[in-house]
Design a protein around this ligand. Structure first.
Ligand code: ZN
Length: 162
């Protein structure tokens, strides 16, 4: 197990398109393990390979329901809309309002390269869209509805609204 360095906004690698994974070898397995360790260490709900400097189409997600590993993920279907605060481990301490589908269906390969499909609503739908965007070099700051705020200011503004 190893914690990898998380690349931050401004690093060119986050803006590159990732390559499809053709086979799983020991290096890929190590990468996936390290991505999970790195995500948990940083208290994130998702991490994409380019965030640790690797341009491969691999995403890990855990919204508190156990780890999901997605290799070569593709969005098959989306519906609905949700708007809410979204952050990213590559933009530490920041948050902004982002509109995403409220439901997504994704196909991907698991760690043995077996195809599977996964559906998500609410936070899972948001996480799937956010992480798959990373594989195209897209980041949430590009599509935010409002300003990119400090997490503390955002939480204060939210509590004042109530
Ligand atoms: Zn992110």
């Amino acid at each position: 197990m190893a914690i990898r360095n998380i690349r931050e906004l401004g690093d060119d690698i986050l803006r590159k398109k990732c390559r499809e994974v053709k086979e799983i070898n020991d290096r890929t397995k190590d990468l996936i393990e390290d991505m999970l360790d790195t995500m948990y260490e940083a208290n994130g709900v998702g991490l994409a390979a380019p965030q640790v400097g690797i341009l491969k189409r691999i995403v890990v997600i855990d919204i508190g329901e156990g780890p999901v590993v997605l290799i070569n993920p593709e969005i098959l279907e989306t519906s609905g809309e949700q708007t809410g605060g979204e952050g990213c481990l590559s933009v530490p301490g920041k948050i902004a309002e982002v509109t995403r589908p409220d439901y997504v269906k994704v196909k991907a390969l698991d760690e043995e390269m077996n195809p599977f499909e996964i559906e998500g609503t609410e936070l899972m739908a948001r996480a799937l869209c956010h992480e798959i965007d990373h594989l195209e070099g897209k980041m949430y700051v590009d599509i935010a509805n409002g300003p990119i705020m400090d997490l503390e200011d955002y939480e204060e503004a939210e509590s004042e609204e109530e």
